[in-house]
Ligand binder design. Structure first.
Ligand SMILES: Cc1ncc(COP(=O)(O)O)c(C=O)c1O
Length: 391
């Protein structure tokens, strides 16, 4: 049977994620060290696991309200205010199945056929496909190491047409580790407001910034909260990738549209996961988020180790200031990211992601996640040193 005539042209136009392809190969190699997947090497904190188990034992195994547990939304309201100086009403917050669902729903709620969406690249793999699935046109803005992989006013301006509706502001960035300061965000906000655009701000790594670099949200810039859909979640900072809990906060008129889609497509986020997330926040309010701070200190230690190791090997590397990824250029080796990652995997059994998986502007890079044990990172760096010596 020829299925291609049944499959929608939009689905057919999507390429499979360049991350997974590599890791399927890596999974078949028993000695392989994989530094590819972007998830914490910590287990979800005890108190969160216990809260989820307790909720199941109490028999709370049914749907929650579509927008999510009211206690969790109240806690998120307090969390956003305490940690990021953001003031939202609970009516503006909904709980989603990770930030992933929130990205998809936001685009489906806002995008009409042909609307253009500006996406700074390299970026998280789902942005452009979700824009395409919503019927929009993804317009990439290549960001480079020279300006710290950030978005600038000029870049945005040069791509605005009468069809532009929305700009992705995804910082701290996966895969580059770039962050944007208050001043830089104020600068781009000017052009966003001038041109009456909306922002989808993916802040899933907001807790993970290093050194003096505290995260600042674009929703905090004057005039921006009313045109921003703010997304965050529990996967990264709270080591909860498998629980699938994220949230969206936006003006009521927008969040109600997102909620309708969430209602019909998903119903509600997993109930036990919502209780686990609630426990993370309640514990955090008591101890000033000591667990998050502990995990962040560990990532920072690994970040410093990896950054130094890569520079010592002669690879050009931007110092990541947030998230948990390194994004070195491999141009000096004469290979592009795909060639480097393939050869390195075959000869030394270490899996990293070719930078092209995050957009064309990443083709000469590789992405290494440092959310792994120090032992694994040390071994992987030894193998990379050997690999580069032999070339
Ligand atoms: C930038 C970015 N946004 C969103 C996600 C998805 O997060 P979640 O697990 O909350 O769906 C990821 C996961 O890697 C990410 O890196």
């Amino acid at each position: 049977m020829d299925y291609s005539r049944y499959i929608s042209s939009r689905a057919q136009s999507l390429k499979p994620s360049g991350i997974r392809k590599f890791f399927d190969v890596a999974a078949s190699m028993p000695n392989c060290i994989s530094l590819g997947v972007g998830e914490p090497n910590f287990v979800t904190p005890d108190y969160a696991r216990e809260a989820a188990i307790a909720s199941i034992q109490r028999g709370e195994t049914k749907y929650t309200s579509n927008s999510g547990l009211i206690e969790l939304r109240e806690a998120i309201k307090k969390y956003l205010s305490q940690r990021f100086n953001l003031e939202y009403d609970v009516s503006q917050i909904i709980i989603t199945v990770g930030v992933s669902e929130a990205i998809d729903n936001t685009l489906r709620a806002l995008i009409n056929f042909g609307d253009e969406v500006l996406i700074p690249e390299p970026c998280f793999v789902s942005y452009a496909p979700c824009v395409t699935l919503a019927g929009g046109a993804p317009i990439s803005i290549p960001c480079t190491k020279d300006n710290g992989f950030i978005l600038t006013k000029e870049q945005i301006k040069s791509r605005i047409t009468d069809k532009t509706k929305l700009v992705f502001v995804p910082f701290p960035s996966n895969p580059t580790g770039g962050i944007m300061t208050k001043e830089q965000l104020e600068d781009i906000a000017e052009v966003i407001i001038e041109n009456d655009l909306l922002v989808l701000s993916d802040e899933v790594y907001a807790e993970l910034t290093y050194g003096e670099n505290k995260h600042y949200s674009i929703a905090n810039v004057k005039g921006m909260q009313e045109r921003t859909v703010y997304l965050n979640g529990f996967s990264k900072a709270f080591a909860m990738t498998g629980w699938r809990i994220g949230f969206a906060a936006a003006p009521v008129e927008i969040i109600q549209q997102i909620l309708k889609i969430h209602q019909y497509a998903i119903m509600c986020a997993p109930t036990a996961g919502q209780y686990a997330a609630l426990a993370c926040l309640e514990e955090g309010f008591k101890d000033n988020f000591a667990t998050v701070e502990m995990m962040k200190a560990e990532y920072d230690r690994k970040r410093k180790f990896l950054y130094k190791s890569l520079l010592d090997m002669g690879l050009e590397c931007f110092e990541p200031l947030g998230a948990f990824y390194m994004f070195p250029s491999v141009e000096s080796t004469g290979m592009n990211g795909e060639e480097f990652a393939t050869a390195f995997l075959k000869s030394h059994e270490v899996a990293v992601v070719p930078g092209g998986a995050f957009g064309n502007s990443g083709v000469n890079h590789i992405r290494i996640s440092y959310a792994y044990s120090m032992e694994k990172l040390e071994k992987a760096m030894d193998r990379m040193r050997e690999f580069l010596k032999k070339r």
